[in-house]
Design a protein around this ligand. Structure first.
Ligand code: ASP
Length: 321
């Protein structure tokens, strides 16, 4: 049986357990499970890793619990500027959008950029117009706004005034969603989507739409989607760095991903996490914060989700594709 695997994250901007009621944690985990099921529905029918990561990310973009699509962070002007990307490990084809504000599902636009534009990255109003021309669903920018993000923006502005931004909780600061997959044909893919971080400067572009930084996939090596302060992910070219450690140093997926997320980024004191899968179907989800919304299914047919240390098996699935 050929290995098939899928891992997702909903960002490492996870708050203290006491910040949410148990029903709210459960609701977020239910949306992680829905995302995994959407990706698995593709993979288990022999579909492509590319389709699986897109399907999984769309579900999290539509959920208010994560910082992407509906429920995305607001920038310093209380506006949304959304970033997303997707990469096909089979041929290194990739697409991305940055600073988009009207595309309901930015990951779909990233896919359209990859397949239809001849470019890798389209930005701002031009990205919105391109998505519209491709027939994607467009929304008014306030579709993305939730009370929680408005409160987080207000809190970040207070922190900025008081000079305590670094001490703000991870939840107030950031978040992202992403997915990585290995399909039955041995192809890897990765996708990432984010609102960036609360109170970010207008026009700021993070790592999520930067191929090699927040998103990377290369067949036979690994697929990676990251979460954490994007400036550091760009400087360390995190996705590509993890792949390089595997390809050139012969490290295992776990050694490479842990080495970059937990060691290389350690001295900056930033929240950081990632999900990754290799060509053999191994998955890992390292993070250095109190928690990371995450989920995975790999080989044993069971579907797992977690936010902190406790891991919930939400379903036993058909293991084979
Ligand atoms: N990586 C995202 C960015 O910098 C934010 C995050 O994942 O927390 O835009």
């Amino acid at each position: 049986m050929k290995p098939v695997a899928l891992a997702i994250h909903g960002g490492c901007g996870v708050m203290a357990k006491s910040d949410l009621r148990e029903e709210e944690w459960e609701a977020a985990r239910a949306d992680l499970a829905a995302s995994l099921r959407a990706g698995w529905a593709v993979l288990s029918k022999g579909g492509s890793a590319l389709d699986a990561v897109e399907a999984a990310v769309v579900v999290m973009e539509d959920s208010p619990h994560f910082n992407a699509g509906y429920g995305a962070a607001l920038n310093e002007n209380a506006e949304h500027e959304l970033d997303a990307s997707i990469m096909n490990g089979a041929d290194l084809d990739a697409g991305a959008v940055s600073a988009a504000s009207r595309i309901r599902n930015p990951v779909k636009a990233a896919r359209a950029v990859m397949e239809k534009s001849g470019a890798v990255l389209l930005t701002g109003a031009a990205a919105d117009r391109f998505a519209e021309r491709c027939g994607l669903e467009m929304v008014a920018p306030d579709y993305f706004t939730t009370q929680r993000r408005q409160d987080a923006l207000a809190a970040m502005k207070e922190h900025a005034k008081a000079g305590t931004a670094a001490a703000a909780s991870e939840a107030e600061k950031h978040g992202t969603v992403g997915a990585v997959a290995l399909d039955a044909d041995g192809h890897l893919a990765a996708a990432t989507s984010t609102g960036g971080y609360n109170n970010k400067p207008e026009g700021r572009v993070g790592d999520s739409p930067i191929i090699g930084a927040g998103t990377y996939a290369r067949d036979g090596v690994c697929a990676v989607s990251g979460t954490g302060q994007g400036e550091f992910f760009i400087r360390h070219v995190v996705g590509h760095e993890i792949a390089s450690r595997i390809a050139y140093r012969g490290e295992t997926l776990e050694m490479a991903a842990n080495g970059v997320i937990r060691e290389d980024l350690k001295s900056y004191g930033i929240g950081a996490g990632a999900v990754a899968v290799d060509g053999a179907g191994n998955v890992c989800a390292p993070y250095n914060t109190a928690g990371m919304f995450r989920g995975w299914t790999a080989g044993d047919g069971a579907l797992y989700v977690a936010s902190h240390d406790e891991v919930f098996c939400v379903e036993t699935l058909e293991a084979s594709a």
